[in-house]
Design a binder for this molecule. Structure first.
Ligand SMILES: [Zn+2]
Ligand SMILES: [Zn+2]
Length: 284
């Protein structure tokens, strides 16, 4: 059996949202662990990466790729607390390609982890760090037969969408991005076409969207429209606004499922296997 799994470690947008009313869906920001056979990928290093890193260390994982969609705080703020970076025998490749100027992945991390903003610098990482730069639509061929396609997203300061392909299956990670109402983003539609699943920036609803135009985010209804247009059967509603409580997200899950049976609201701990078709293993 082919193991091609993803686990959500953080599904919030903007900033963590710890509150008693948010315990079911979780409070951590963007981080997804991906297992392609024995190979490990991590998508984004929001606060969810802290727990993810601890687990990877406990499991003895010593080789991994971290792919950043972009470097807004909610997607990188967990990085300084990620244990594998402080594990001497580990090899960690960091990939970034969203920049609209000549910024490199290395300088992104160095500029973020430095005094007076933070006391620890990347020099204190004891793992072997390999910084890798690309620009979309570059295709990244990673170890273990994992192919990653890339696309530019519509987001302030740039962002990259990923399509992870392994063993004849694929899923797409499309956050953060803004759509134009009434006009599908054809670049995204073509990019996700025929994929098994899409994780999508569903920060807002269509009803709220006029208030938030220009913020760089999208709606769950737009996620449904994209999935329909591209023949993608499964949608993971992701990047929840911090105002969304468990009760609100439960209600959204019911509404979204009625509109699109393959819609699932992301929560910390949600684990899905794609290897033999999409199957929820935990947290559905
Ligand atoms: Zn974000
Ligand atoms: Zn962002």
């Amino acid at each position: 059996m082919t193991r091609f799994q993803l686990t959500i470690w953080g599904a919030r947008g903007s900033i963590p949202a710890p509150a008693a009313a948010n315990t079911r869906f979780g409070s951590d920001t963007s981080c997804i662990e991906v297992r392609c056979g024995d190979h490990v990928l991590v998508l984004d290093a929001g606060t969810g990466v802290v727990g993810c890193g601890r687990k990877l260390c406990c499991e003895g994982v010593r080789d991994l790729d971290i792919l950043f969609t972009h470097c807004h705080f909610d997607h990188i703020m967990g990085l300084p607390f990620m244990m594998p970076l402080y594990t001497e025998e580990a090899v960690v490749r960091l990939h970034a390609g969203h920049f609209l100027d000549k910024t490199s992945c290395r300088s992104m991390v160095e500029r973020f982890m430095r005094p007076p903003y933070f006391p620890v610098t990347p020099k204190q990482f004891t793992a072997r760090i390999d910084y890798r730069d690309f620009r979309p639509p570059k295709v990244l061929d990673l170890a273990g037969g994992v192919r990653v396609r890339t696309v530019r997203l519509n987001h302030p300061n740039g962002a990259v969408g990923y399509r992870i392909e392994y063993a004849g299956r694929s899923f797409c990670y499309i956050t953060d991005t803004e759509h134009e109402p009434g006009k599908p983003d054809v670049a995204i539609r073509d990019f996700i076409a025929g994929s098994d699943l899409m994780i999508y920036d569903c920060m807002y609803t269509d009803e709220e969207f006029p208030t938030f135009q220009g913020f760089g985010h999208s709606t769950w209804q737009e996620g449904v429209r994209l999935c329909r247009a591209a023949g993608v059967a499964n949608l993971i509603i992701f990047h929840h606004d911090i105002s969304r409580t468990d009760a609100w997200l439960e209600a959204l899950a019911t509404t979204a499922r009625k509109a699109f049976p393959g819609a699932i609201v992301a929560r910390t701990g949600l684990t899905i296997d794609i290897g033999e078709g999409v199957r929820i293993l935990e947290g559905g």
